[in-house]
Write a protein that binds this ligand. Structure first.
Ligand SMILES: [Zn+2]
Length: 70
């Protein structure tokens, strides 16, 4: 799932407080195809913020999926 702006239908990923296109703040969940192309990824072992400290390690990836990039 990714976020889609309710005002202009722009897909938002990563999530931001306002739409990057029209600056509105109302979003809806938008399903994307679970199959895509992984361009790069990294496994994070060090928390850059205390919220992540007990969630290590976690993965971060750049993936093209249908309906937009996430
Ligand atoms: Zn928008």
């Amino acid at each position: 799932m990714v976020r889609r702006c309710r005002a202009c239908d722009t897909v938002q990923w990563p999530p931001r407080p306002t739409c990057g296109t029209c600056h509105q703040t109302a979003f809806a969940s938008h399903p994307v195809d679970p199959v895509g192309t992984v361009h790069t990824f990294s496994v994070v072992h060090r928390a850059f913020h205390p919220w992540f400290a007990d969630r290590l390690p976690y993965g971060v990836a750049v993936v093209d999926v249908s309906g937009g990039s996430a």
